[in-house]
Design a protein around this ligand. Structure first.
Ligand code: NAD
Length: 296
């Protein structure tokens, strides 16, 4: 049993912390939201009034925060994790953030004598609740081996992507593929309909042909062919379009700084921005087919 400080108990962090509690760990949380804190206390955890109080004496610090600025502030700001944690504590940031922030915070932690991992996840709220997340981990191998038993409580797959920041790099590259491929599949259904081909016919053929991909066969954006996909429940997420736009923006920022040409990633970002600005950010990202098909 470990004493774990958990910072950021929102849609993802809340259920992740709940799974750590269920596995018998002691969890002391901190969140700006009172409601998030009450939920953790109801599940058997305790809440701290500050970041410093949460991490005091904890063996492991896990964070699940919205963006890079929050992670920088929580770790490196005044009264932050790095200044208040017990010697030898392990830091695991599971937020999806920019690669530069992840590397900067990991370096500050290392300079202060702490091991830190960036460990963003895929699997969404459903995966967080079920404890079936996939963790993409950047940071030292030895730190990953220390973290692994906890990550395996919250997830089903743990993949080491390399040094600090590489977990974030893997996450945004993967989601850039996903954003582009969902638009490709959406455009194909839109064209097929105009050409008199039924959704099911295109699915039956492309799912066995070279157009086969996850966006088609697991997460099909039209109702019918894959009964579990969000298209069958009016595009309730799942993975929201707003979250997809966030990840595509991170990919474009990283591409600009790294000098990588990603023109389809840039187009996908523009199209998701249009969709979100049309008020559809709360819909599942596969709902972009409605915009492509002229429905929204
Ligand atoms: P959320 O907004 O529900 O939760 C974030 C929590 O952080 C909130 O409770 C907020 O009060 C808290 N917070 C913000 N600033 C804080 C601070 N300075 N100190 C303490 N607490 C603070 O967001 P979420 O959906 O849980 O997402 C968290 C992260 O996980 C994001 O980086 C997101 O991109 C990533 N992610 C989300 C999903 C998803 O499906 N929701 C999937 C994969 C990854």
């Amino acid at each position: 049993m470990s004493t774990i400080a958990f910072i950021g108990l929102g849609n993802m962090g809340g259920p992740m912390a709940a799974n750590l509690l269920k596995a018998g760990h002691a969890v002391r949380g901190f969140d700006l939201s009172r409601e998030a804190g009450d939920r953790l206390v109801g599940q058997g955890g305790t809440m701290a009034a500050t970041v410093a109080e949460a991490v005091h004496g904890a063996e492991v610090v896990v964070s699940m925060l919205p963006a890079g600025q929050h992670v920088r502030e929580v770790y490196s700001g005044e009264g932050g994790v790095i200044g208040a944690a017990a010697p030898g504590a392990l830091f695991i940031d599971c937020s999806t953030i920019d690669v530069d922030s992840a590397r900067a915070v990991a370096e500050a932690a290392e300079t202060a004598g702490f091991a830190m991992l960036d460990a963003p996840v895929s699997g969404g709220v459903g995966g967080a609740e079920a404890g079936t997340l996939t963790f993409m981990v950047g940071g030292p191998q030895a730190a990953l081996e220390r973290a692994r038993p906890l990550l395996e409580v919250m997830g089903k797959a743990v993949v080491h992507a390399g040094g600090p920041g590489n977990g974030q790099a893997a996450k945004i590259c993967n989601n850039m593929i996903l954003g582009i491929s969902m638009i490709a599949v959406g455009e194909a259904f839109t064209l097929a309909r105009r050409l008199g081909l039924s959704d099911q016919a295109l699915f039956d053929i492309s799912s066995k042909a070279s157009g086969q991909c996850w966006s088609l066969t697991t997460y099909c954006p039209v109702p019918g062919p894959v009964p579990t996909s969000p298209a069958n429940r009016d595009y309730q997420p799942g993975f929201s379009a707003a979250m997809m736009l966030k990840d595509l923006k991170l990919a474009q920022e990283a591409a600009a700084r790294a000098g990588a040409a990603t023109p389809l990633g840039a187009s996908a970002e523009s199209l998701y921005a249009l969709f979100v600005n049309a008020g559809q950010g709360g819909k599942d990202f596969s709902g972009i087919i409605r915009m492509l098909d002229g429905e929204s």
